[in-house]
Design a protein around this ligand. Sequence first.
Ligand code: AMP
Length: 252
Amino acid sequence: MKPKVIRTVKQMKEWRTHQHESIGFVPTMGALHLGHAQLLKQCRQENELSVLSIYVNKTQFNQSSDFENYPNTWVTDLEIAESLGVNVVFAPTNEEMYPDQYRYKITENEFSTELCGAHRPGHFDGVLTVVMKLFNIINPRKAYFGEKDYQQLSLIQGMVKAYFMDVEIVPVPTIREQSGLAMSSRNLRLSAENKQRASMIYQKLSSGLSAQQIEQELREAGFSVDYVVDKGLRRFVAASIDGVRLIDNIAL
Ligand code: AMP
């Protein structure tokens, strides 16, 4: 069955108040790929109803060109949603999501300043704020987040705990191309050649080299590297190729 497409907060809340089943929620920015599909499959298995949001959240982009060039594949996204049994696609406008013009925001003061936060000022404020808004609108019992964005996942888990929110955050392992490259909507912006080169990120990450060595080798291969860092029991990397910023991480 085709999913119901809802574009306003009012309608989304109205739909929600009439549901008594368990609701699983997968927030995305669209341009769906097999990584998103994995989240949606697990959501469907574990809940009676599944809600997918497709919303490119401007407040989490620190570079306007990245926001403007963010891929949009709406028609295929809807087909994928239908094939995976999604019940509702929530796709609001900016006006719907930010009636306050972003005067109010959620800020975390420690981990959000490291790794991607150190290179993308304000990014995690935007992420936490929009996720809080989406949770308040949809009120899911479970919400699914990919380990590909491990720092994001961890900050959202922290937010849910800090604000006593009644939602279970379910982590989903990273889905990769055969080459090892972590699937990402931004991969659509890579040429075939650069996509092949980008697989070096995961190959190096899992090579047993030190973080410093990996950083050097990626630079030598033409990547612009934001960081390769070991933190806790994980190794994190962020590097750009041809202006497309890619992130990945593995358990050590
Ligand atoms: P995005 O549309 O990039 O904001 O991602 C929406 C959700 O999908 C986030 O929870 C991501 O962590 C997750 N996700 C994106 N890519 C992958 C992947 N390759 N494997 C698993 N989860 C992913």
